[in-house]
Ligand binder design. Structure first.
Ligand SMILES: *Cc1c(COP(=O)(O)O)cnc(C)c1O
Length: 387
């Protein structure tokens, strides 16, 4: 099935090959469709990919972030610091636990949380920080981890965009944070349709996430202390959630993970092509990763400058008229009714997020794009900007 209709280039299309399809068919034919051997294998492979971490699969990154916050002890009345410039999932999980997000504005260069503004937002209630590696470019983790250490805060990385990304030559997932959470949503760098992975080196956090992702059932307690009980026996130790990954999803994930580095190279290639061909236009190109970092290039976000003479919304409409799907990442959280009204936030409270949002356009960037597709995007951008 081909998603491109009438030669329209969609904003994002997953790259699913025959390996994924055959593996899914194998699971369907095996009679084991929920969490089982494929999920176990995917977790093992993911752990090996990052290197020496515990990997706990879940049915979304949102679920993973929720479990991570729960596992580090975030609860009612606590505060969690995060960026205003993210998807609502990053902050909603804080509310699930009765805690409050405290938003910090972005660094207008990197579009990541402005680490120099975090300390001012710390209160006696602050329990954790959730940095988001926007578009796949790593946050200023040295500063964030230093602040966390100084104030005894937990750090949970929202790595929904960051597989694979590196900071200081280290893969995201190997830094000294408490937990890192990846997303395998349809548009992300690798996909399982819906899915996510929790990564940690803390055995207690891993154990808690494993128990809470499946109804608070403790199999290990059963194995350890109740080994004379029959195999149908289990113990519920907490009111957990239903966040487990299925073997059908894991079947896709196993092969997507095998291709993760190849996918990153192709994304980087297209990003480099955009960089080359969109320079000298009235747009701000996306920031590059420092020498020792790796950019996953999940997103390619340009910002229209005042000289472009075209409003962002009109730009996206004109691109669409020319057969190119674009998107916006993100509508900052403080502009959404729920966050604005609950925390009495004003648009100008986060000026860099606001300014970025008003000019930001995400261009199509995915591995199924051909060189010709990329050149069509460049051509359309130039036409819309009348240059
Ligand atoms: C996609 C995304 C999420 C949520 O991922 P799901 O797997 O869809 O739950 C969280 N944070 C950010 C920054 C995202 O882009």
């Amino acid at each position: 099935m081909e998603l491109k209709k009438n030669n329209f280039l969609p904003f994002a299309v997953p790259d699913i090959g025959s390996e994924e399809i055959n593996e899914v068919v194998d699971s369907l034919q095996s009679g084991w469709v929920t969490t089982g051997p494929k999920t176990k294998k995917f977790e093992k492979n993911f752990s090996d990919f990052i290197g020496g971490v515990e990997a706990i699969s879940v049915n979304s990154a949102t679920a993973g972030l929720h479990l991570a916050l729960e596992a580090v002890g975030v609860g009612a009345g606590d505060e969690v610091i995060t960026t205003a410039y993210t998807f609502t999932a990053t902050a909603e999980v804080i509310r699930y636990l009765g805690a409050d997000p405290v938003f910090v504005d972005i660094d207008p260069e990197t579009l990541n949380i402005d680490a120099s503004k975090i300390e001012k937002k710390i209160s006696p209630r602050t329990k954790a920080i959730i940095p988001v590696h926007f578009a796949g470019l790593a946050c200023d983790m040295d500063t964030i981890l230093e602040i966390a250490g100084k104030y005894n805060l937990r750090v949970i990385e929202d790595a929904a965009h960051a597989l694979p990304s590196k900071y200081n030559n280290k893969l995201i997932g190997l830094l000294n944070s408490d937990v890192t959470v990846y997303s395998f949503y349809a548009t992300k760098t690798i996909t399982t349709g819906e899915g996510g992975m929790i990564v940690t080196r803390n055995a207690e956090i891993a154990e808690r996430c494993r128990i809470m992702r499946l109804h608070g059932i403790s199999r290990d307690a059963f194995d350890r202390y109740q080994s004379k009980k029959p195999s149908w026996h289990y113990e519920v130790v907490a009111p957990g959630y239903k966040y487990n990954m299925t073997d059908i999803a894991a079947s896709i994930g196993i092969h997507q993970l095998n291709k993760a580095n190849k996918f990153q190279s192709r994304r980087q290639e297209i990003a480099a092509y955009y960089d080359q061909n969109l320079s000298n236009l009235p747009v701000i190109l996306p920031p590059h990763a420092p020498t020792n970092d790796l950019h996953s290039w999940h997103l390619y976000v340009i910002r229209l400058t005042g000289e472009s003479g075209v409003a962002r919304d009109d730009f996206i409409q004109s691109m669409s008229d020319k057969g190119i799907g674009c998107s916006v990442h993100f509508i900052p959280l403080h502009l959404h009714p729920y966050w604005r009204d609950t925390y009495h936030l004003k648009a100008e409270d986060y000026p860099k997020s606001l300014l970025t949002y008003e000019s930001a356009v995400s261009l199509p960037l995915y591995t199924k794009m051909t060189d010709e597709d990329a050149s069509r995007v460049v051509f359309a951008v130039k036409e819309v900007l009348s240059v």
